[in-house]
Design a protein around this ligand. Sequence first.
Ligand SMILES: [Zn+2]
Length: 667
Amino acid sequence: MEEEETERVDLILTGAVVATANDDFDLYENGAVAVRGDEIVAVGPAAEIAERYEAAETVACGGRLVMPGIINTHTHVPMTLLRGLANDRRLDVWLMGYMMPVEREFVNPEFCVLGTQLACAEMIRSGVTCFVDMYYYEKDIARATAEAGMRALCGQTILKFPSPDAASYEDALGYTREFIKEWQGHPLIAPAIAPHAPYTSTPEMLRACIDLATEFGVPIHTHFAETKLEVEESLQNYGMRVVPWVEQHGLFEAKVLAAHCVHIDEDEMRTMQRYGAGVLHCPSSNLKLGSGIAPVAAMLAHDLNVGIGTDGPASNNNLNMMEETHLAAMLAKGATNDPTVLPARQVFAMMTRKGAQAIHMDHLTGALEPGKRADLIVVDLSALHNWPPFTAEPDAVYAQLIYSAQAGDVTDVMCNGRWLMRDRALLTLDEEAVRAAALALAAKIDAFVIAREEDLFSKLVAIGGLEREESYEIQVKGRLPRPDVIADLLRHEDINIVHRSHYRQYDTYFLFDDPDMGRIRLREDAFINEDFQVTRVRARLTFTEPGERQALPDTVMLSRARFMAPADRSRRFYREYFRPNREYEIHKERRRWHVDYKGERIYVNLDTVTKPAIAGTFLEIKSRTWSRHDAERKVKLISEMLDILGVSRDQLFLEEYIDFIPDHPEE
Ligand SMILES: [Zn+2]
């Protein structure tokens, strides 16, 4: 009998339970995998592989599970360095109020390299061989990832506003083009374009991203419909939900992978399925940020490619894909009241082959089959929490893996034919050096955040748009005997009315126990026309530091630092962001005249306070200036105006409304 010639390979893993995640989900009880170079050559029963192949090295797996490397389909790896920094906050406050300001201060190429190393070490330990990233300085992330030996789809972030690595989205696009050219074709790294989300994009910016993606054939990695608020704003601003809006702007001309999709409806699922867009399901992040539960069972029923991701470690707070997968299974059952949805094998597919399909990398990874890259892991299912094993059900090993296994059960990890971990020892990263460097950086970030929390000014600066206002304010208030005396003043020959307005003013004061912190006022002005209709609303924040009050004849002069910023977020955002000890509201109806009196600009206000309701009409005369000398001069003019009005001096008071209203809180 002619002896069949054996083929040489580099490595055979044998004596394992091999879960292939191939088209038929072939499972070998006593199986083997043959690897040559970076490629899987054969998978099958151990005896058959031993007959056909001769290996330079044979690893006896002792009944452990060999499966495809796990795919973390959505994360922001350098954010390991921000892990645990701000917790229990809503997405907008967490992102705009904490993450982005800290990132503006600290994120640079070194930060990204260190954060990537920490993330890679953590992910390798839990059996991840491939991840999808979205962050800044993606070139540096790609380099650190390749050095760690992991596979990644690296998405360079593009935002409509300035980011740590780009002053504008045009700059970000330029950087992304360079990045793609540098990394396209690399054996481990695939570049991607990452417009952060529809709500942080403009249509022009999205168009440019799509053009760049189609020019180079690279995918677009983004976030969709993460919160209800995002969908509501999309409906309000564009009259349509998120997916139709991006479809209208041509996003699906590119290969798309979209994180979250928590709030998409069935039509949106159909749209995404039609274009082959991948969904990156991030259950921990969606739960921790209170964003909701993605309708994963429905997505799978619509034949969408759904992978599982940890999201960034700042909103999870780890990169443990074993935990994430377990949660994905549990959550889908709980949310639908149906334990039959997302059975273990299907979840296993989501962490492997379906994840690879969702990120458009299934030609390379996600299954153990000839021709795919050798991305595989060995899992020891003999620990107490996995014990004992059963075989009565054919999918028992998947149930063990999804419902009882832990990240620490992963013993060996190979990516692209290279061992990254053997017997739980990392081979490509210096774990202790990474830990020490991260600790040193954390101390700096900690100090920055602590200082900022005590300083309202810095918190205001962090959210942008702040401008300094005049430092001196001279003002007086009085009860008017009859409101129409104001007409006498306005008719006076020395008075020239420059501008008049009428509005309802809704003030919310954020007050702090420590008086040195100053106070923040959110003022919403609803302008009213002659027909008493509201024509527009303007919202502004004013931050006032404690300053000096100097009583002058008839008036008070305040000298203090005052800053103003447009308020484009909700009162709820500011409340959660500034975290005042107390709040106080004052509503009033105000008629205001900007007048020139003897050549000086002075403001005359006629106020009715409606909350808390106070009887009567109040006059307020005030002026602002940068100069103390000028302020003193204006005091005289205000006294003269009071004479013209015939206001008796015992009707005057010098406090602000918040200071004299009877039930105002102690300051
Ligand atoms: Zn994300």
